[in-house]
Design a protein. Structure first.
Length: 148
């Protein structure tokens, strides 16, 4: 028969291991904080160049989108939305925005860019777009990314 002290040590070790695993799961489950690149002049300038070359033909030179972006076209797709803070871009988490640019739109005509733009380039384009958002929209976007 085992002594009470051995049982207590094993129980303590078991509880300690469970707590460590729980902390690890919680830490890994949290999304990384959103990148705040909108004030990084180099990234915003890079994003502006990339936006002009790849996105402006649909979203407009200033990211203003199509005037009727909320209305479905006859084919069931939506027009390109504004990216300048006057649309819904700031409603979405950073991971979603990046995935959307990479994979394209299931309800619009935006193509997938994963074979043409790197993650760094996509982040720069988003930095350019976010640099055009009003402060309230950016603060709300930060709240969305923090789960609030």
């Amino acid at each position: 028969m085992k002594s009470n002290s051995v049982i207590r040590v094993k129980r303590f070790n078991f509880i300690w291991v469970l707590l460590c695993l729980l902390l690890l799961l919680v830490a890994c489950g949290k999304a990384s904080p959103p990148l705040d690149l909108r004030k990084n002049k180099a990234r915003v300038a890079e994003g502006a160049r990339l936006f002009a070359a790849n996105c402006a033909s649909c979203h407009g030179a200033e990211g203003q989108g199509h005037a009727q972006w909320r209305i479905k076209k006859a084919d069931g797709n939506f027009h390109p939305p504004p990216l300048n803070g006057s649309g819904h871009t700031w409603h979405h988490k950073q991971e979603w925005l990046i995935a959307f640019v990479k994979n394209g739109s299931p309800v619009g005509t935006m193509p997938a860019w994963k074979d043409k733009l790197t993650l760094h380039q996509i982040e720069s384009i988003l930095a350019w777009a976010q640099s055009r958002w009003p402060e309230w929209a950016y603060k709300r976007w930060l709240d969305v990314n923090e789960g609030n």
